[in-house]
Design a protein around this ligand. Structure first.
Ligand SMILES: C[S@@+](CC[C@H](N)C(=O)[O-])C[C@H]1O[C@@H](n2cnc3c(N)ncnc32)[C@H](O)[C@@H]1O
Length: 254
């Protein structure tokens, strides 16, 4: 599963890393995925996401949008076996020459969420995490279940995704620690300044024009952030999982 790179930023006040496992929480996240799947089209992309839809058309090779939180590898395998999905496309119509399809996910998978909260981030007790572009809310639910963060705040531009997140927050009674703001993150300076951790999973690459991306990237990053190396050997994963985890980067704000 292809996951474009993403960054996680945390302030230097945070301490040592924490590790724990919670099987019940995995089950709860899978139940949330079931609920969300029943509310969304198979690609989990909405008509209201015009910029994202334009991006689909710009992909050089045939690409499918498969949300990694809603559809894990086993789920995709079973859909392929039932003939409802394919990992390949025919390069010459009618022939047996095929090539692998590109897969794009707009959410973290369960495996990535566990890596993020169990291995990447330190103990978040009393801390505020902001997810820029919270979409289905996966980072917020993962943070609720896998961390002790005091507040998890999602900022999401798309109102339909905000409604879906509110539905899950209400159903699973997450409102004591999760808030979702329907807003453009560019208007949320004070919120970002108050955050201890900021998660950005592919928020700009797929939703801004190249000129807009260049404007945001025109910063001397090394002056204000330092990349913290991550140990990918701490958890057992397949080659595909490892490739996904390699796309996760942690930066400490100096
Ligand atoms: C790739 S998804 C991130 C999903 C989620 N954070 C996760 O990791 O599972 C990017 C989201 O950012 C939202 N987005 C794009 N530009 C935004 C902006 N300026 N302000 C707030 N949200 C934005 C999009 O609507 C989309 O839902």
């Amino acid at each position: 599963m292809h996951q474009p790179s993403c960054g996680v930023y945390y302030s230097k006040e945070l301490g040592d890393f924490d590790e724990f496992t919670q099987d019940n929480n995995d089950v709860m996240l899978k139940n949330i995925a079931d609920d969300l799947r029943s509310c969304l089209p198979p690609e989990a992309v909405l008509c209201s996401e015009q910029l994202a839809l334009q991006k689909i058309r710009q992909q050089p090779e045939p690409t499918v949008h498969v949300d990694a939180f809603l559809y894990d590898e086993d789920f995709i395998d079973s859909l392929c076996e039932e003939g409802k999905m394919s990992r390949n496309y025919c390069t010459v119509c009618g022939s047996h020459q095929t090539a692998p399809l590109g897969f794009i996910s707009h959410s973290f998978s369960l495996m990535e969420l566990k890596f993020l909260f169990h291995q990447v981030l330190p103990d978040l007790s009393g801390k505020v995490l902001v997810d820029i572009g919270s979409r289905l809310g996966t980072v917020l639910y993962g943070g609720y279940l896998y961390s002790s963060a005091a507040q998890l705040c999602g900022v999401e531009l798309n109102g339909e995704f905000c409604q879906l997140q509110e539905m899950i927050i209400k159903k699973y009674e997450f409102s004591d620690r999760i808030k979702v703001l329907h807003a453009d993150v560019c208007t949320q300076g004070p919120l970002l300044q108050s955050a201890d951790v900021i998660v950005m999973n592919n928020v700009f690459e797929y939703f801004l024009t190249e000129a807009e991306q260049a404007r945001y990237a025109d910063l001397q990053l090394s002056c204000w952030v330092e990349e913290i190396p991550l140990n990918l050997d701490v958890c057992q994963q397949s080659e595909t999982d490892r490739e996904a985890l390699e796309q996760i980067h942690l930066y400490k704000v100096l």
